[in-house]
Design a protein around this ligand. Structure first.
Ligand code: ZN
Length: 323
């Protein structure tokens, strides 16, 4: 690897860390073995029916997160590797994928979060291409519902460099608690350095955009879609319940990160969770509800198909992806 490429990789890694709200040095690995472990036959989207609605999960890419002893509180790299291997995933790195949930009602598309915009990992930013391949015209996405303001969820709303809006004609619906937190100039003094860039970018973009609609409370944000507060990952992190007739779907966003680690071990606390104890409580509450109601759940970091049912298993849960 040339020194220039190497330098670019490290810079990109630092960007990814900041985007995901992580402090400390992070490096990507790019070995041939790791490439192979990703699977060359990875499909880029998955569609299924939910009553009258069509749900599509669309892949945006991956962050091959290097192992780091501080990633999961009190859990060693060896234990992390074992959990990945138990789920038949590569343990060469932590495979953090990005997958966006899109609901189609009639001719309208509603998208949850925006993908990374290619600004959170050198191996992510495929959303636009994969939407096209899935037959979804990006210009027809008129409603975007945001779960929280971490970069891997909102950078797809803004152009790299200029911060210009990508979805100028969409209404962007956001949890008021999340919006207020990151939009407040006073938050900068409270945040670790690694998260300050994110707050500054929110303040230069979403905080000033006219098509952003913050909502309070638990009422429907659009017809058939209701917020479920799931705070902890961030102060205003919100999941959503999508209903069509008797059918329900929970868009769980980052109530958990990758299933192999945090669905199986819901008390494991990732460095991404801002208030880790609250995040664990929110995760269990949301998952217990999903198990009790037998509903399909989508997860932003679950890879494809990115949707499935959960069942309780001892102290953890098992994720059963849809076929
Ligand atoms: Zn995330």
């Amino acid at each position: 690897m040339s020194s220039i490429t190497r330098r670019n990789l490290v810079i990109s890694a630092a960007t990814a860390g900041a985007a995901l709200g992580l402090g400390g040095p992070i490096e990507f690995i790019g070995t041939a073995a790791a490439q192979k472990a990703l699977g060359t036959d990875l499909k880029k989207s998955k569609s299924f029916k939910l009553g009258d609605l069509q749900v599509t999960t669309v892949y945006d890419g991956i962050w091959e997160k290097a192992h780091d002893a501080n990633f999961i509180k009190g859990v060693s790299i060896d234990e992390t590797k074992k959990a990945l291997a138990a789920a038949k995933q590569t343990d060469a790195f932590v495979p953090i994928t990005f997958t966006v949930t899109i609901v189609k009602r009639g001719n309208d598309y509603i998208m949850f979060d925006s993908g990374t915009g290619g600004q959170a990992s050198p191996k992510a930013g495929e959303l636009a291409a994969n939407l096209k391949a899935a037959g979804i015209d990006r210009d027809r996405i008129k409603t975007i519902i945001v779960t929280h303001y971490h970069g891997d969820h909102i950078f797809g709303l803004m152009e790299k460099g200029t911060n210009a809006q990508v979805f100028l004609n969409a209404e962007i619906i956001v949890p008021a608690a999340e919006h207020k937190y990151w939009s407040d100039p006073a938050v900068l003094a409270k945040l670790p350095e690694a998260r300050q860039g994110l707050a500054k970018r929110v303040q230069a973009t979403l905080a000033t955009w006219k098509n952003v609609r913050p909502f309070e409370g638990g009422k429907e944000v659009v017809k058939g879609i209701r917020p479920i507060p799931a705070h902890g990952h961030t102060p205003g992190h919100t999941a959503y319940l999508v209903t069509s007739g008797r059918n329900q779907l929970i868009v769980s966003a980052d109530a958990t990160n990758i299933p192999a680690l945090f669905v199986r071990h819901p008390t494991w606390q990732a460095a991404f969770d801002q208030d880790a104890d609250m995040a664990v409580a929110s995760r269990k509450k949301l998952f217990d509800r999903a198990v009790a109601d037998g509903v399909i759940v989508t997860g932003y970091h679950w890879g494809l198909p990115g949707a499935g049912r959960l069942k309780k298993d001892g102290s953890g849960y098992v994720y059963m992806p849809i076929a």
